[in-house]
Ligand binder design. Structure first.
Ligand code: GTP
Ligand code: MG
Length: 406
């Protein structure tokens, strides 16, 4: 499986127009992908390219339009550049020998608000060297800096410098969980994955969360068994050892809960993703707000990909039906799909998809915006478990003390 956008380290290049962002983008990629010219405003839209950057693994490298662009169209470009801040995990901030100017400081403020570790790249050092004073003033705002001339440096030399800086800035950002598998699931544990092949399942393949979790279980040395719901009972009865955990597609949570023993750990793919790509505590607190919903309250179902919905689509049909049944209220559902984040201020609750197509950073930023607006935000797996009355059970696997017994 190729690594998806949501699992790649997002490195985004920012700077004023003409400082050499696209030159640096191409230099890192090792190919002329972005257009380079001495006309200000050459890059008009952000451009994303996937690559492998050892030892950091799969990355998404993004070139952006200059944040100092002017006039009507230019301002739209700046807005597009600002949107990339939601996903950026590392910022490469480019300037030239002029050092940091007013526009740089304004944008830097945004980068700091989004808590993006950033590397300053002072470019065009062949033309004119930056003064000592300007360098001192500029570098104190960044986690690391590089002096270079992107036009003349070799790719190897530049990548060495870049990797050193990346190591430094990523050291500080170590708090991201790297595995979707809860800590107390250990090597040798038997884990059963229940994968229903209903109408919504894509033909001939498994969906991304299923593949990712299966791969992570194998990486961890777990014994992973995949079954459809009809084979689950047989698999449990005939397993060589007692399953430690059963992972289900949220849609069959209710059915599986009735089949497996009460004391067996049970969770869903999207609960695991909620933990990997979000804030499970926030999602649980928000799901509990369902208990206070009133008639005509609005709920936003938010999906980060634009798949074509089927008749029994989880976000369009199944979740709204479950929520209506659980609350008994006449709630209004609205839907939004895509990479933008809409105005959520008028909603009583936002229900986010499992977010397999986007990164943890973006979901945490979305949660932050919702919190600032006092709008609760939860996700598919958590809200489904809540409606089925099994929320506590679905999140138990995250709570178990991982300390070894004395
Ligand atoms: N002398 C010199 N020129 C450079 C260097 N890096 C880039 N340039 C030139 O600077 C100009 C702008 O480079 P780009 O890479 O297009 O700059 P950009 O920041 O992407 O510009 P916009 O897309 O307009 O925002 C081009 O003419 C490049 O050849 C460098 O290290 N030294
Ligand atoms: Mg450019």
């Amino acid at each position: 499986m190729r690594e998806t956008k949501g699992n790649r380290l997002n490195i985004t290049i920012y700077g004023r127009r003409n400082v050499g962002k696209s030159t640096i983008f191409n230099l890192i990629l090792g190919t002329d992908f972005s257009i380079v010219s001495n006309i200000k405003g050459t890059t008009t839209d952000s451009i994303r390219k996937a690559m492998e950057l050892e030892p950091f693994g799969a990355i998404s490298l993004v070139d952006s339009a200059g944040f100092d662009d002017i006039n009507t169209l230019g301002k739209l470009r700046v807005e597009k550049t600002k949107k990339t801040l939601m996903q950026a995990e590392v910022a490469l901030f480019i300037c030239d020998s002029e050092g940091l100017k007013e526009d740089d400081f304004k944008f830097l403020e945004l980068i700091k608000n989004f808590k993006i570790p950033s590397i300053l790249i002072i470019n065009k050092q062949d033309e004119e060297k930056i003064s000592k004073e300007k360098l001192e003033e500029a570098k104190k705002h960044f986690n690391s800096y590089i002096l270079t001339s992107a036009k003349n440096v070799t790719r190897d030399d530049f990548l060495k410098l870049l990797k050193n800086s990346l190591r430094l800035v990523l050291e500080d950002a170590k708090n991201t969980p790297v595995s979707a598998i809860p800590e107390n699931i250990q090597k040798g544990d038997l884990v059963i994955l229940v994968i229903p092949l209903d109408k919504a399942a894509p033909k001939g393949r498994l969906i991304l969360p299923q593949v990712q979790i299966l791969r992570e279980l194998l990486d961890k040395g777990c014994v992973a068994v995949c079954v459809g719901i009809d084979e689950l009972e047989y698999a449990i009865k005939n397993s060589i050892t007692r399953p430690k955990l059963v992972i289900v597609d949220s849609q069959v949570f209710g059915a599986v809960e009735k089949i497996i023993p009460q004391d067996m750990l049970l969770t869903s793919f999207s609960c695991l993703f909620a933990n990997l790509k979000g804030d499970i505590d926030e999602f649980v607190t928000s799901a509990n707000k369902l208990d206070n919903l009133q008639d005509n309250d609005k709920i936003l179902i938010l999906e980060s990909c634009t798949h074509h919905a089927t008749d029994d689509d989880i976000g369009r049909v199944k979740i709204p039906n479950l929520i209506k049944k659980y609350t008994g209220k006449n709630v209004i559902f609205e839907h939004f799909s895509g990479c933008d984040f809409p105005d959520v201020s008028t909603y009583s609750l936002v229900v986010h998809c499992g977010a397999c197509m986007t990164n943890r950073k973006e979901i945490l930023n979305r949660i932050k915006i919702c919190k600032e607006l006092n709008v609760p935000i939860t996700n598919y797996g958590i809200v489904i478990s809540k409606c089925l009355g099994i929320l506590e059970r679905a999140i138990e696997v995250f709570k178990i003390d991982t300390q070894p017994e004395k």
